[in-house]
Design a protein around this ligand. Structure first.
Ligand code: ZN
Length: 246
């Protein structure tokens, strides 16, 4: 059986970075990790594609923007258990004007992706892979105000697999159409398109446009290529009590 390289033996930047993320996430999720244990990151391997992506074809061969996709220290941000579960936070009570349009806009964006990708709404936030929430537009954050933001965190799941979880925050001082477009775009990031298209006819175009694009063949060609790449996500980490040999 192969032994994966211990995090301790990785180049300092990569090793410390991943260890830092894991440690932070352990605290966040309430795991207790013995201080003497060594976490060993799984090697990057390719997962089987979900059926919907396996079957995706683009007979017109409209190309992709795979060269714009960033590789993270855990590899490509690929899901390996399906359906991916989404939890939608209700709009905060401080935002009475969006109580109706918020859930409708998010539902629309989720349905747009469900035509192409196994995605499911969960009523249980603890089961969620992706949490989508509305941000009060009157609360100014520091720096530039974006219409939406997507972040991920790493953690080790119950089966000891290196896993990721996203939060998507969307500012709600927009029309329902624009909120739906913003969520559609951010969901594209969370499903694995960790980069932007240079063409405004793609949902993952880098800027907001007057007429938001639907999910395009190029978005799907890019997503399919991402899922054909290796990742450390979804494979078991190993934890050993003994320090690894030098
Ligand atoms: Zn984006």
């Amino acid at each position: 059986m192969m032994r994966w390289p211990s995090l301790r033996n990785w180049p300092a930047v990569i090793g410390l970075g991943l260890l830092g993320l894991l440690a932070a996430t352990f605290v966040h999720l309430g795991f207790v990790q013995p201080s003497h244990a060594t976490l060993q990151a799984p090697a990057a391997q390719i997962h089987p594609l979900p059926a919907a992506l396996e079957q995706w074809r683009d007979p017109q061969q409209q190309g992709d923007y795979f060269d714009q996709i960033k590789v993270t220290r855990v590899g490509y941000l690929v899901w390996s258990h399906f359906p991916v579960k989404v939890y939608v936070q209700p709009a905060p009570e401080s935002l009475p004007l969006i109580q109706e349009k918020w859930p409708q806009a998010v539902d629309q964006a989720i349905q747009d992706w469900q035509a192409y990708f196994p995605l499911e709404i969960t009523p249980d936030i603890s089961q969620a892979d992706i949490v989508i929430s509305a941000v009060d537009p009157t609360q100014r954050s520091q720096g530039r105000i974006r219409s939406a933001e997507t972040r991920f965190k790493l953690y080790v799941d119950e089966q000891q697999r290196l896993s990721h979880r996203y939060t998507i925050q969307v500012r709600t001082n927009q029309t329902q159409t624009y909120i739906a477009a913003a969520v559609r775009h951010e969901l594209g990031h969370a499903l694995g398109i960790w980069g932007h298209s240079p063409l405004e006819t793609d949902a993952l175009y880098f800027a907001q446009v007057r007429t938001p694009a639907p999910i395009s063949a190029r978005d799907m060609n890019t997503l399919k290529r991402v899922y054909q790449q290796p990742t450390r996500l979804g494979w078991p980490v190993q934890s050993s009590d003994a320090p690894s040999a030098p």
